[in-house]
Design a protein around this ligand. Structure first.
Ligand SMILES: [Zn+2]
Length: 239
């Protein structure tokens, strides 16, 4: 999955003023990806922006770095109290833009295409990984921290990201750890100077090697009992 940079000097943003991103807010663009690109980079736009946009074909555009605040969910102090999302209530009276990352989805009613859904799941995980890398903090991908614009601003934006947005499927997908998250690699292992070519695997920084391979390298006899699932290593006496 790749991210195409689209922001320019006209893309609206502000400082996060020291706030760490705590939540992701999902939006629907209400128009085409082309019109979103044009609007978020227009000198005539003095009112809104978002960090990311995802097209129906599953292409991800980035308009602002995560370190900057987007103008995506701005609320007046009075309206912050009306937010239904727990995270917004807890952080009140802080402007939600200060501690959120916003994703726009190309579309009208919230229904996502398959490539768009796949890209959105990937992007949520990417954002959480970036928050961890940049700030050293966990952005949890759960119902409290992954929300919709309607939960931030139920007064002005009750239909963003739309009635067909796949919330249940998104939360389920964000719970599963994809294979690509787990780094599995071949590991060369050396025992007493004997290299066991490709006998080991490296899984998330830990090397796993079959006991039989190590035993043989040490000159031991290895007896495997398939009934008791026991490997017995008998070492020869070294004189
Ligand atoms: Zn919105």
């Amino acid at each position: 999955m790749q991210i195409i940079q689209k922001g320019n000097q006209h893309t609206n943003s502000s400082s996060r003023d020291g706030h760490v991103p705590l939540a992701i807010v999902n939006h629907i663009s209400g128009g085409t990806m082309g019109s979103m690109d044009a609007w978020f980079t227009s000198k005539d736009n003095l009112q809104s922006s978002a960090h990311f946009g995802i097209s129906k074909s599953g292409i991800i555009h980035q308009y602002l770095p995560i370190e900057r605040m987007a103008w995506a969910n701005g609320l007046t102090a009075a309206n912050i109290k009306k937010a239904t999302a727990v995270i917004i209530q807890e952080e009140a009276p802080t402007n939600p833009n200060k501690y959120t990352v916003s994703i726009e989805h190309e579309g009208i009613d919230g229904a996502l295409t398959e490539p768009q859904f796949t890209a959105s799941v990937w992007l949520h995980k990417y954002i959480a990984a970036e928050v961890k890398r940049i700030y050293g903090k966990e952005l949890l991908l759960d119902t409290k921290h992954v929300i919709g614009h309607f939960q931030v601003d139920p007064v002005r934006k009750p239909y963003c990201p739309g009635p067909k947005f796949p919330w249940e499927r998104l939360y389920a997908a964000l719970k599963t750890k994809e294979d690509e998250d787990v780094k599995v690699d071949k590991a060369a292992t050396v025992v007493n100077g004997n290299r066991l070519a490709d006998e080991g695997v490296l899984i998330e920084g830990r090397v796993y090697v079959p006991l039989a391979a190590v035993g043989k390298a040490l000159g031991a006899a290895v007896d495997w009992n398939n009934i008791t699932k026991t490997a017995t290593l008998t070492t020869k006496e070294v004189k």
